[in-house]
Design a protein around this ligand. Sequence first.
Ligand SMILES: NC(=O)c1ccc[n+]([C@@H]2O[C@H](COP(=O)([O-])OP(=O)(O)OC[C@H]3O[C@@H](n4cnc5c(N)ncnc54)[C@H](OP(=O)(O)O)[C@@H]3O)[C@@H](O)[C@H]2O)c1
Length: 273
Amino acid sequence: MRPIDEQTVLVTGATSGLGQHLVQRLAAAGATVVAHGRDIQRLHRTREQIRAATGHEVDIIQADLADLAQVHRLADEVLDRYPQLHALVNNAGVGFGAPGAAREVSVDGIELRFAVNHLASYLLARRLADRLVASAPSRIVQVASAGQLALDPDDPFTEHGYDGVTAYRRSKLAQVMASFDLAADLVGTGVSVNAVHPATFMDTAMVREAGQAPVSTVEEGVDVVWWLLTDPDLDRVSGYYFHGSKEAQPDPQADDPAARAWLRRLSDSLITR
Ligand SMILES: NC(=O)c1ccc[n+]([C@@H]2O[C@H](COP(=O)([O-])OP(=O)(O)OC[C@H]3O[C@@H](n4cnc5c(N)ncnc54)[C@H](OP(=O)(O)O)[C@@H]3O)[C@@H](O)[C@H]2O)c1
């Protein structure tokens, strides 16, 4: 792998929590950092904070990942602006929501957690894959979660018996399943794809919104993602799910080829422009 100060790294959801701390660390290490956020003011504030803390600049890029047209535009902008891309960290996510909160849908009418946590990261990775291959060695890190629940092919968008925790867990397993498929597609290209549970109940906005007491620091999660991005021993490690820095077994549905094929067909049908 290239030294980090020779890499261009795109991190989604960089205006809060894990993403924000990660881009600060990447900037301090001299990487060309592309910090994605949905809110332009929060992006400017993040850039100012990083400049003040590290003396380094980060590039910013705005897109609401709850809108597939904006995910396409984000990919177009990244491809226009960056001739090289060495890492994609699909970090942006919607958590459990407040206890008892009602079901939400994306701009495209898709259940919100499935849309943002799975579909947007799926589309972005697929759209940027050729650039990552051309820039190899490169890495895709899917920030997933240990909170996983098998998807129901009869109710993929949790229209029945909705609660935010169920929807979140299904979306996070979908992310893991998609990352196994993408890793298989990219074998031999020099692009690795791994999914990770960074740390349990870090002290971030989504955890506070859910009313959960934090049990980990954000730095613990950043350390894990940093390791996946920078450890030279991981150059050929692809298609795994990690719980922290340990290889782990995701929900068994992730190892079911028929379930993965079903999810892939569904995802492809939803991202078609
Ligand atoms: N916290 C934990 O304990 C934990 C555990 C396991 C996995 N994770 C995963 O870690 C990742 C980071 O979460 P976090 O804990 O750092 O939470 P966070 O502080 O709430 O950060 C979530 C990020 O996602 C962005 N985001 C949400 N909806 C978006 C949308 N529609 N379009 C674009 N960006 C959007 C948020 O943007 P704004 O800044 O504009 O709100 C924010 O930057 C998530 O994928 C989460 O599932 C977290």
